[in-house]
Each structure stands twice: as structure tokens, then as C-alpha cells.
Design a protein around this ligand. Sequence first.
Ligand SMILES: [Zn+2]
Length: 220
Amino acid sequence: MITRKTLIDKVYKRTGGVLTSAYGTPRDGGARKHAGEDWDIAGTESPKVYSPWNGIVTHAQTSMLNDRGREVEIKIGKKYFWFQHLSSCSVTEGQRIAAGKQFGVQGGSGKALGSYKSHMHFEVSNYPMGDPRRIALNPVYGLYLTFIPPKYPTKKVIVSDLHIRQGHSVKGKALGYIDLGPIEIFEQYVQDGYVWGRIDWVLDQWIALRSTDGKKVYAK
Ligand SMILES: [Zn+2]
């Protein structure tokens, strides 16, 4: 379980964030209700904003096509965290984002209403934007009282014959015998005949664990 303060402190990487408009506040003369929460760091025009936990960027809008302005959606555990009205967005769709990494700068792009012209509109849902099942949850009941920050599965391995790549596009390269000792594998994927294991969340470094035919094992 987390609190609103926990989350806001993590997103701004400082304390002092405030709620400026609650979920459900009437909008457009009562025609609709506020689907999320608005936050701000009082007295700060454009604070940088950071991913509160490890996640995957499921949407990143760098231009301003609609009322939401520049926006970023990050999947964290099983929830989708949606941040709107950014003045700039510094991530791309599909990117893994580590806890504490900046994803943009707060702003007032799109239709940012209220006395706090620059603010963070935050929404949470069990489904991504564009999914017909998507409903914006009340963060109090759908997040703060229920959310447990995800722990990514890790496995310790002993590495001998090391193949390493940085990012997904670089070809694996044999570096000869290297014993790294036990290291943690954060996640795995298959490409170019190898099962790759991620050894660093931030640096995007991977090692070959074994060949996909199972004949060669590089790390165990
Ligand atoms: Zn809002």
C-alpha cells in the first residue's frame, strides 16, 4: 500500500507536492467529472518529473494533438500510470524506464484548467489508453489503498563464457571466459539464437544465458 504523498514525492523527487484538484471534481459546468487528480509543487512552474518505480512506457506523446497535451503513460506492475499536460516528454513508447528516471517536465500543454496553470494531471487504470475496457479509477481506491510496488523477478547466475550486448540492436559478441560471479537476471528474451538475460535495469545490458537449442549454456 502507498499513499498519495509517497507517490507525489517519488514523481517530483522532493516533498511539498499538493493535490490541486481531486478525482470526481465537476468540470464543464457539471457535464463531466474530473477523471484523475491534479498535482503541483507549490510555487514551482516547471518541475522535472520522474518514474516512481521500474516500468515500461506504453505511450509517449511529444506533440500537442488534443486537450491532454504532451503525455506519458507508464505500465508499473499491473497498473497504467498516465501523466498529462507536460511541457516536454523525454521518453519513447516501448522503452523500459527505471525507477527515478526522468520522463518529462511538468507544464500546461493542452487544456490545462484551474488556478494552477502548470500542473500534473494523473490518472490510473487497469487498462492502457485506447483500450475499450479502460476506466479511470479513483486513485484513492484503485491505487493508494491497494497498490504494492512490483518486485521484478530476479535469478542469480554464474557466468562463464560471456556474450554481452548493450540494447536490443547490438549483435552479441563472445568475450572469452569471464567469471563474473553470481549476478542478477532481471528479465529474459530470445533473439538471434540466444536466450538473453538482462543484468542491469538502467544500462540495458544483457548476457547470453544459453543457446535456444539448449546445446550451449553460457550462464548457470
Ligand atoms: Zn486534471
